[in-house]
Write a protein of this length. Sequence first.
Lengths: 82, 580
Amino acid sequence: MSILIKLSTTLRDLVPGYDPETGLLVTPKEEESSLTAGELARRIGIPHEEIKIVMVNGRQSGLESPVRDGDRVAYFPAVGGG
Amino acid sequence: MFRFLRVNMATKSCVFEDIPEEYAGLGGRALTSTIVAREVNPICTPLGPHNKLVFAPGLLGATNSPNSNRISVGCKSPLTEGIKESNSGGQPGGHLAKLGIMAIIVEDMATEGEWWQLEISKDSAKLVPSTVAGLNNFDAVAKLVEQYGKDCSYVTIGRAGEFKLTAASIAFTDRELRPQRHAGRGGVGAVMGSKGLKAIIINPEGGKNHALVDEEGFKAASKRFAKALTSHPVTGKGLAEYGTAVLVNILHEAGGLPTRNFTCGQFEHHEAVSGERMNQLTKERGGEGAVAHGCMSGCIIRCSGIFPDENGKFKSKWPEYETLWCFGPHSNIDDLDLICTFDHMCDDIGVDTIDVGVAVGVAMAGGGIPLGDGKAVMEAMKGISEGTPLGRIIGCGTATTGRVFGVRRVPCVKGQSLPAYDPRAVKGVGVTYATTPMGADHTAGYAVTANILNCGGYVDPLKKEGQIELSRNLQIATASVDSVGLCLFTAFAILDIPDALAAIVDMLNAKYGWKLTGDDVVTLGQRILSTEIDFNRRAGITEAADHLPDFFSDEPVAPHNTTFDITPEELQTTFNWIKK
Ligand code: SF4
């Protein structure tokens, strides 16, 4: 089991080799059973100040939200359109 | 110096007149809606002689304020049968403002079958027989440029407008003389066509920026406003890099990207039609493509990139998110090049990308076009210009198409199609769709900001709590922004940086010698909405029309499996300052 990470726009440039089609699969270690979205971001090299929006399974969450095996976590910088 | 230009298509008289007292201090949407409400009989036939077509730049037009040269178009809409304001970028707004023309009011109709063009310069205006009748926008403008030169700006309708199709748009040329900025919504192009007016040519020679009561004060305030725009990550960088198309992936992620005519909230091929992909292809292909392109003078946000084809040749402007969505996920198409071709065809033929793109997906739902069949869509789109039966049907928009093909899910409010946010997963914008006097329109109160983008606070998009208040406040603010002549995308900075609104108020005061406060901006917004709603009531559109089609409350949408559960009674509390 693992966590699927999706990145948007400029955040993609921070993770070398990121494939937008498949996203990034991260397998948490045993001892990381209480991993948060913020810790996960740091682990793949994305500084918190780059992140404006976090979605866990399609719901807005904070960097402090816990993430679990099988979750889908998406990070966005400030984006807008209309 | 400020004046109106009144044009009568029957008598061909073109008269400059002083601005009547009751219109003093109004611009943009405030002006078009007030003129339409006062001068147009609400029960008139929209494509008949009693309707009027009004063009008005905003209050900060022809100044050095950033992003303030938009133009509003107003009339009674043949699509919604209610009042309409549709606004656009491009050069004509700034040019008219520089000539001191605060409104053009086009009245009555030419003899059926005759086409005229209106020549406007500093001290004269006249109607002459059109030299470009029968042409679509790009050919028409190319020919007009040969005739009138590169310094003018141009307002045209394509063949859809000539056919008076109810999704026809009015095109405004951008800085490179491409007719690809449009007043798209509500069939304003059909009204222009019904008048027999094919084109307007604006020669800005001798025009100048407006005098300012307090020059230094204006300069300082304008600097502060520019600083707010450049320092906000969305208006300073994001929109320039990715266009509005950046929304594809985030709406997919949030489950609010309506797919296959609103039967699902996610599209499996979202990445292929995303802003990220558009940015990447534009850079890889190079040539005439461009990232960060402004559609009008004074724009510092620059969201309107240019998309090149495989050989680097111009293919289209960057399609807006809504266009990508309706010809893409909504129609089950994942070919970005093809969608850009459709975008360009809409610009050329002169139709609203939203109402026509949504019509395409609705026709698919009804068996009129095979699902996801790009070739068949291409034929149907050509048919708009050729006047084929299918072309005329989709050119009349979503409501007509749904009726013709017997479709259960017709995503419209007051006859106008819903844009690209599923109201079951982005409930705040659902309130706006249901209640705005314009018919379903995201720009009328863009609650996606607080629902999805974490801009201007946060309101959970899946819950009903807080959505009505959110939509109300945004609808009020938007009516004011549309009157000032500002591009709505400035709102990202306005919502997050308090000094941005203060700077706008200071610019208005410094230009006109007024003493407005932030509260007056709210009052102005409310007044505009009250005027528009009152017109609709007199046209026979009651509050009973303020609701979404029932499939949104009947059918939960994946992935969140929510319905639109805000009741009609609750929706009727949106405009709570209006007495019943
Ligand atoms: S931000 Fe985009 S739509 Fe607005 S004026 Fe600039 S280019 Fe035009």
